[in-house]
Design a protein around this ligand. Structure first.
Ligand code: FES
Length: 82
């Protein structure tokens, strides 16, 4: 699975770094770091007012924040790897 976290200027200001850290920790905690190819991305053109854009296998998800990260991770990464 390819997961890209946007580090474009808008997403960067809204916490890309925090999302990268949460992502790395969650992948490790679930022992799936080998199944996910994690990388950064330039602006995906879907900047959201509240959060960061993360694409999963080419499908962008907007508005990811510290608060909704766990839900996003479970629904769009963990569940899809099962
Ligand atoms: S800066 Fe992330 S989608 Fe534009």
């Amino acid at each position: 699975m390819n997961v890209q976290i946007c580090v474009g200027s808008s997403c960067h200001l809204k916490g890309s770094q925090i999302i990268i850290e949460l992502m790395q920790a969650a992948l490790e905690k679930n022992g799936i770091q080998d199944k996910v190819n994690l990388s950064g991305s330039f602006c995906m053109g879907v900047c959201n007012r509240v959060g960061v854009t993360v694409s999963v296998d080419g499908e962008p998800h907007t508005g990811i924040t510290r608060d909704n990260f766990s839900e996003f991770f479970r629904e769009h990464i963990l569940e899809k790897l099962k």
